[in-house]
Design a protein around this ligand. Structure first.
Ligand SMILES: *Cc1c(COP(=O)(O)O)cnc(C)c1O
Length: 416
């Protein structure tokens, strides 16, 4: 439709009228093309693309990506439950995270997942013990902390040595030296993940180089050479005016270090764990303007979406572009305005000082762009607000993939 925002040809306004607001809308085609770009870039390698479930954990999204050939990267037993419910093959599942419990380990071992990304010696010892009880072997990649600065927001940086993630080089080498004492552990790979929303390849280049050096050292110590490397996620997207690397350039960098032409390392299977780069720009959050008001010379647009629906702005200054669904509301005079939600917190500001049309008023619809990753998956019920519905548009067909919550959902499980 001309002059209005659409998802795969369906006007968002039509969806908002039918399903109400706030409303998450995703494009299946967008998910597919982002995934296929990565798949194409790595086609010359034995590879596995594990979608980071925490970015968007809706069952329909997981199932859609699994059909395209994706595996999954998990950070909790709850995510394992989701991935298995969505029909993902356990052989394509990797389990990351600094704090796996014995119960989570047991469920994953019984399911027969591809590997655990282990983040401490203590975790390795526990995993060995749980595996022995179940008479299973535990395939493991040690998460290496390469100590590089990803130059991203400090709250989403994970690869510096002061971060809680991963294990430093000397300790990884020490673990390798004594790995035979942990009889159930199969030390098969190294994993890294240096941060999220990376907009330059330089820190990855450095991290890959250190990882390759470490793998060569380990192969001299270990009884059997490592069989895979997991390079994590982190590729950035455009929220505002960032110019993140293209998927093809990102894959070329991977090939430079781990590709078939690189003869210094033995052939390794390469895993990646993209979340944001697949999901971020594949979805939006549609919201309705409730009120417009002015306080001491400052203008506010109060909308029906809030920090509980989309937490990124409050949590780490996340930026989401705001577009009126009807383009005619993009013309004319604009003023700087704060777009805020109804939640009783001053941090419930979805967008500060945005230049938006003076015409925007009660009842008008807007889209918070780039909300497909870390949007609904972070949504919560603060202020006893039911979570929004989620819609997936695929081949001109819009389908509810999560019902809007009702008040009864809010008190389920409570007793008095
Ligand atoms: C969050 C996370 C990812 C995904 O990161 P994106 O920036 O969304 O690509 C991948 N791997 C691990 C271990 C993570 O914690």
């Amino acid at each position: 439709m001309k002059g209005e925002l659409c998802a795969e040809g369906i006007p968002l306004k039509t969806l908002a009228r039918k399903y109400g607001t706030p409303l998450y809308v995703y494009s299946a085609g967008a998910f597919s093309s982002r995934f296929q770009e990565l798949k194409k870039g790595l086609s010359s390698l034995d590879h596995l693309i594990c979608f980071a479930v925490k970015a968007n954990s809706n069952l329909a999204i997981l199932k859609h990506l699994a059909k395209e050939g994706a595996g999954m990267d998990l950070v909790s037993g709850g995510e394992l439950y989701r991935a298995l419910e969505a029909g993902v093959s356990p052989k394509k599942i990797v389990f990351s995270g600094v704090g796996k419990s014995a119960d989570e380990m047991a469920v994953a071992l019984r399911a027969g997942i591809h590997s655990f990304n282990v983040e401490s010696s203590s975790e390795l010892v526990l995993l060995d013990r749980v595996a022995r009880k179940l008479k299973k072997k535990a395939p493991v990649a040690i998460r290496f902390n390469p100590d590089v600065d990803p130059k991203t927001h400090p709250h989403i940086s994970t690869g510096l040595k002061q971060n809680k993630f991963g294990i430093e080089k000397s300790e990884v080498l020490a673990i390798a030296g004594s790995i035979q004492m942990l009889r159930q552990i199969e030390f098969k790979g190294i994993s890294i993940h240096i941060g999220s929303q990376l907009t330059s390849l330089a820190p990855l280049d450095q991290a890959y180089e250190r990882t390759r050096e470490l793998i060569e050292k380990l192969n001299r110590i270990l009884p059997e050479p490592l069989s895979f490397v997991d390079l994590g996620g982190g590729l950035g997207i455009t929220y505002k005016d960032e110019k993140p690397p293209e998927a093809s350039a990102y894959c070329k960098l991977i090939l430079k270090h781990f590709g078939p032409k690189n003869r210094t390392a033995p052939p390794l299977r390469v895993l990646i764990e993209p979340g944001r780069s697949i999901a971020g720009n594949s979805g939006v959050l549609v919201s309705q303007v409730l009120h417009r008001k002015e306080n001491a010379g400052k203008d506010f647009l109060i909308v029906d979406a809030a920090m509980n629906d989309l937490m990124r702005p409050a949590l780490y200054d996340g930026f989401h572009d705001i577009l009126p669904l009807e383009q005619k509301l993009n013309r004319g005079k604009k003023t700087k305005i704060d777009v805020v939600g109804p939640v009783c917190e001053s941090t419930d500001c979805l967008a500060g000082d945005r230049r938006l049309s003076n015409e925007l008023k009660s009842g008008d619809l807007i889209a918070l762009m780039s909300a497909g990753a870390y949007g609904f998956s972070m949504a919560n019920n603060y202020n006893s607000r039911p979570k929004p519905a989620e819609i997936l548009v695929k081949n001109k067909n819009a389908r509810v993939i999560r019902k809007r919550e009702i008040y009864a959902d809010l008190i389920r499980g409570e007793r008095f």
